[in-house]
Design a protein around this ligand. Structure first.
Ligand code: NAP
Length: 289
């Protein structure tokens, strides 16, 4: 079997085009332009690239984006003051604090301080709680991107066994929760570094999600024939980007698979646009549509 490739780039482009269309309608209806404020502390080059890509995506979709760049020596109270001023600014709809923060800064306290109605990353405890109860305000972008890819690709989740490897707060845990929601109806196993005989769990998966951060960790013989494989991993291997799945081997066994790059990665930014548009609609009292 050679797996069908789930083209995240194309699905992301469509999602971004829809967000651009939504922004146009919001401007007509309310005179409001969705505005994402990004906060970048320190000079980590990878973080700078991520933030830049998010800004470019905003601009292409007709959103406003502003970057607040702070030096690595920034103290907790100065960063907190910036977040509070963005919370209070009626022109700002989404606040994104790029992680990781430099050592010495308490990321949890900063993320807790972002107003939940502007938390377009979906990391605030209130938004995580709403998601877990099945009445989401903002879904975290990467898990939401995976769910969108499954839906658009016509992949049946109801009654399927989904195995998620990785239990981070930004990917594995929320994704497991979303797959188990009513209406999605997968039976979910959440695996992590303490899971014994991980390969045996993987081989039971109808939908196998890898969110580990170890290059090509999932081998072909860990994939059940006909399974759908979603590779969230982004790892640098020499001068190449590779996922957490051994793509060439897994693609021989799976029925569908996401590539790296061009799979889940592009979806994350697309869902950030969707969340920012949603926030702008809610804060401006738009009826949407
Ligand atoms: P993370 O916070 O480091 O979490 C990794 C998870 O993998 C942890 O739960 C860990 O288990 C588990 N794990 C580590 N080694 C394992 C092993 N040998 N066997 C089983 N489980 C193991 O990582 P993350 O932030 O979730 O990111 C995961 C990957 O996704 C990374 O490659 C990252 O770059 C990528 N990512 C991609 C996007 C995107 O836009 N596509 C977004 C975010 C992240 P413990 O909890 O037991 O330590």
């Amino acid at each position: 079997m050679t797996a069908r490739v789930i083209d995240g780039k194309q699905i992301a482009e469509q999602t971004r085009a829809e967000a651009a269309e939504g922004a146009k309608r919001l401007l007509q209806e309310k005179g409001v332009v969705p505005h994402l404020a990004a906060v970048l502390v320190g000079d980590d080059p990878a973080s700078a690239v991520y933030v830049r890509n998010k800004q470019i995506a905003c601009e292409k979709a007709g959103f406003k984006s502003t970057l607040h760049r702070l030096p690595p020596t920034t103290c907790q109270s100065d960063l907190m003051a910036l977040v509070q001023s963005l919370n209070a600014d009626p022109d700002v709809h989404g606040i994104l604090v790029q992680l990781p923060l430099p050592k010495g800064l308490n990321a949890t306290a900063i993320l807790d301080a972002i107003h939940p109605s502007k938390d377009v990353d979906g990391f605030h405890a209130e938004n995580v709680g709403l998601m877990s109860q099945g009445r989401p305000r903002f879904l975290p972008c990467t898990p939401a991107g995976v769910m969108r890819m499954l839906k658009v690709s016509g992949i049946e989740t109801s009654g399927k066994h989904a195995v998620v490897i990785g239990r981070s707060d930004i990917v594995g845990k929320p994704l497991a929760m979303l797959l188990a929601q009513k209406g999605v109806d997968a039976t979910v196993t959440l695996c992590h570094s303490r899971t014994p005989d991980l390969a045996a769990f993987c081989r039971q998966a109808d939908i196998l999600v890898a969110a580990i951060g170890i290059p090509q960790f999932v081998k072909g013989d860990m994939v059940k024939p006909g399974a759908v494989v979603i590779d969230v991993g982004i790892n640098r291997l020499g001068d190449k980007l590779v996922g957490d799945v051994d793509y060439a081997a897994a693609a021989q066994v799976a029925s569908a698979i996401t590539p790296v790059p061009g799979g889940v990665g592009p979806m994350t930014i697309a869902m950030l646009l969707e969340n920012t548009l949603r926030s702008a609609r809610m804060l401006s009292g738009s009826t949407g549509g």
